[in-house]
Design a protein around this ligand. Sequence first.
Ligand code: PLP
Length: 403
Amino acid sequence: RAASGAAAAQLRQRLESELEDIRGAGTWKSERVIASRQGPHLRLAGGGGGIINFCANNYLGLSSHPEVIRAAVEALEEFGAGLSSVRFICGTQSIHKDLEDKIARFHQREDAILYASCFDANAGIFEALLTPEDAVLSDELNHASIIDGIRLCKANKYRYKHMDMQDLETKLQEAQKHRLRLVATDGAFSMDGDIAPLREICQLAQKYDALVFIDECHATGFLGPNGRGTDELLGVMDKVTIINSTLGKALGGAAGGYTTGPKPLIDLLRQRSRPYLFSNSLPPAVVGCASKALDLLMESNAIAQSMAAKTQRFRSKMTAAGFTISGKDHPICPVMLGDARLASVMAEDMLNRGIYVIGFSYPVVPKGKARIRVQISAVHSDEDIDRCVEAFTEVGRKHGALP
Ligand code: PLP
């Protein structure tokens, strides 16, 4: 029932005009409805099946893995639908503690704390850890949740140019006057598929006595020889102090996030971190999914390795076809097109050919740098990848992106 009254009418009018502005600016985000499980092959509601999906963060294909689903069902049956409580009142079950232990072991850190999402983990950490005496130095292209988390804290804020080590050094010098310095970066950046130069960041951190924080949402489970993440890939597991990551992408894809690092930090977050203190516990089924995903990864690195081979296949075939793919060795493969309309029309035409990809343009990425982002999963077959490259080649020729 629509609310009545002048204020409600005024609000409706204002909202409608704002929505119209978004449509007019061409930045409207519509949602396609999936009528099947998440996976490499999808059925869209109201449409046919057989869509090959290249736009999920399902890097390891665990979102619909039979063992992950079974673990969720078992946890649901044994531990119930949910806790109806925050953790510190009566919301901590043995499975939450077990999962935290497992996460800490996986990352080879002292302890871990669970959140409802990595957005929450990022929203909670800076405010709990940093005071006006401290400083945080953040890459300008860090994820929105890091930016918001930093906004919430009272530390002195420095923003360095994207992956620019000279600029980071200058900012570290300026920040020497503060008690504690924390460099915060995404391990892998989701729009460009590029990987933070963590070796250099850690060297600078050592030189200027700073701590390093990384957001590993697009790295945990698959980067590095054993899928531990960017710190393993670049050989700095002992130099990165704090890791935040998600359970909602490679690790089963359900939901949830965490911080892992030194025990006193985790203890402090349990006392002070607001999204942890004032939000419901993770549901048991979600805990079950993530826990099983970690078991699978700790048993063998085969899944992570298979994803790396598929990524290599896609990147090299697309480059040979004449496309420019941003980033390096990451399953996020942005096909750079430049023009926003071209990206949007090509993405639509790819779907007509059964390939689900998404075009990104300003303001999500800089003006003139529109792209179609392709995400590779361990469960894509070689044929899936080849069909995607063929479709790109046809559509690219049709719309003038290729000669
Ligand atoms: N950090 C990065 C880099 C992300 O890409 C995302 C998700 O889009 C998040 C944090 C938030 O993760 P979650 O979905 O667990 O809230």
